[in-house]
Design a protein around this ligand. Structure first.
Ligand SMILES: Cc1cc2nc3c(=O)[nH]c(=O)nc-3n(C[C@H](O)[C@H](O)[C@H](O)COP(=O)(O)OP(=O)(O)OC[C@H]3O[C@@H](n4cnc5c(N)ncnc54)[C@H](O)[C@@H]3O)c2cc1C
Length: 426
């Protein structure tokens, strides 16, 4: 979907290379972009005719179990973090697909299975090493370059090239109670109402995700279900598995699921469960919104349009938010609308360019039907290329957006770093 060709790709091996690249791009008036995990749906890792700093050789992760810290380099993906931290029974809140980059994810906020209990990834960031537009290497934390650090946590990569991240880690795993219950799409309205009830009463430890799609041929689903439309609830308990059993029973006993994979298993198995459904190389088009409630009209619109799904690779994902992040001070960092209770993401996915119009239209029509029920805000990490400045501003709200523009003017007055979604200097 994204066709942009940098003139030069620099596969950096350390901070010195990054300083050279930033100075070179600035001094020669070249567009500059950075590739972390390469997952951004807007194709923000690429630039046309400029210099792309490719961080993908920089994926090392170091765990400090004594102090419950995890340090990653600028090109690490979440699978790298799990690989190193799970043997210690520790986790950093990550996303629901393990090959998403730590960098872009964290700088846009970042929520997943454990974030209702442990906060967003950005909330757990302790410090970064970053090269700003003037080519200066800086350390940013609560006590050093505090304004830059505030902007780094939510500001979408608009402030410099990050070479390392330091996170607070939480106790979780290596075994966890998690999995998915699956129902036929014919029961989707009831399943969605049950999702609403379960999530309304859930403790922070429980996180649920409603999925509407055509069942892929994955080994954890019975063959009879493959290629049939389904309504599934995936769930994860962040805490002692025994303590989560009664909460999970609500999901397991509702309406006799046609498949039930909820059990105690390695947390990494759950973290990678959805990877195969989102491979690199397909064509993707997303539309998303935040919701405060799931009223019946919204559920009807969601199911009606899911029944018209045009591609076996497309999906609708309704993620439960709220919990601990919603109780944090809204001014803590630049993450917008941390009180949102649900994020709905319409994920169009297909393989042939000839089919672009059909699947993009499905996603847009879906979004048009659900948007009237939304809280009107948006999530920067789910935005496609065509969202525009009004949506970006809506994603932050006026106060955070204005503060980001001020900090941008201080550290990057000529807008060298465009970020996943650009915040222009004031
Ligand atoms: C399949 C899939 C699943 C996802 N699941 C979730 C989810 O569960 N929860 C969630 O919150 N989000 C999710 N996302 C969204 C994801 O958080 C964003 O797409 C994010 O931008 C990806 O980060 P990345 O490093 O892989 O991106 P990239 O495409 O590499 O980069 C995105 C932007 O970040 C900046 N950037 C990257 N690396 C650096 C760096 N080292 N220094 C400075 N800037 C940098 C660049 O400006 C770039 O423009 C998902 C995305 C996909 C495609």
């Amino acid at each position: 979907m994204i066709v942009k060709q940098p003139a030069l790709i620099a596969r950096v091996t350390g901070m010195a290379d990054v300083i050279t690249c930033v100075n070179f791009a600035r001094d020669n008036g070249l567009p500059l972009s950075i590739r972390g995990g390469g997952h951004n749906i807007a194709g923000a890792a690429l630039c046309e005719g400029g210099l792309m700093i490719d961080m993908s050789l920089r994926r090392a992760v170091r765990v400090d179990p004594q102090n419950r810290l995890v340090r990653t380099e600028g090109g690490a993906i979440w699978a790298d973090v799990d690989h190193e931290s799970q043997p210690f029974g520790m986790t950093v809140p990550s996303g629901i697909v393990s090959n998403t980059g730590v960098a872009g994810f964290t700088m846009g906020g970042g929520f997943g299975w454990t974030s209702r209990k442990c906060g967003y990834a950005a909330d757990n960031l302790i410090s970064v090493d970053i090269v700003t537009a003037d080519g200066e290497p800086r350390h940013a934390s609560e006590t050093e370059n505090a304004d830059l650090f505030w902007a780094q946590r939510g500001g979408c990569g608009n402030f410099g090239a990050v070479t390392s991240f330091e996170f607070r880690a939480h106790r979780h795993g290596p075994q966890a109670l998690c999995g998915m219950v699956v129902h036929p799409m014919a029961r989707a309205r009831d399943v969605a109402r049950h999702f609403r009830q379960t999530t309304a009463e859930a403790p922070d430890e429980l996180c649920c995700l409603l999925i509407l799609r055509i069942a892929p041929a994955v080994p954890f689903l019975p063959k009879a279900l493959h290629a049939t439309p389904i309504a599934a609830i995936a769930a994860c308990w962040t805490g002692d598995p025994a303590a989560g059993e009664s909460a999970m029973r609500l999901l397991k006993t509702f309406g006799r699921p046609v498949a039930d994979t909820i059990t105690t298993k390695p947390f990494v198995a759950h973290q990678t469960m959805l990877d195969a459904g989102q491979p690199f190389g397909r064509r993707y088009y997303w539309k998303s919104d935040f919701f405060a409630d799931l009223d019946d009209g919204l559920i009807d619109a969601m199911v009606e349009h899911a029944e018209r799904i045009t591609s076996p690779h497309s999906a609708v994902l309704l993620m439960q938010l709220g919990g601990a992040p919603a109780r944090l001070n809204p001014k803590l960092n630049a993450v917008g609308f941390r009180t949102a209770r649900y994020a709905l993401n319409v994920q169009g996915a297909w393989e042939s360019p000839q089919e672009d119009q059909r699947h993009i239209s499905w996603a847009r029509e879906y979004w048009a039907a659900i948007h009237p029920f939304s809280s009107g805000n948006a999530y920067v990490n789910f935005m496609t290329e065509d969202e525009g400045e009004t949506r970006v501003r809506a994603a932050y709200g006026d106060e955070i957006y204005a503060k980001l523009r001020e900090i941008k003017a201080k550290f990057d007055p000529d807008n060298l770093f465009h970020g996943a979604q650009n915040v222009p200097p004031r």
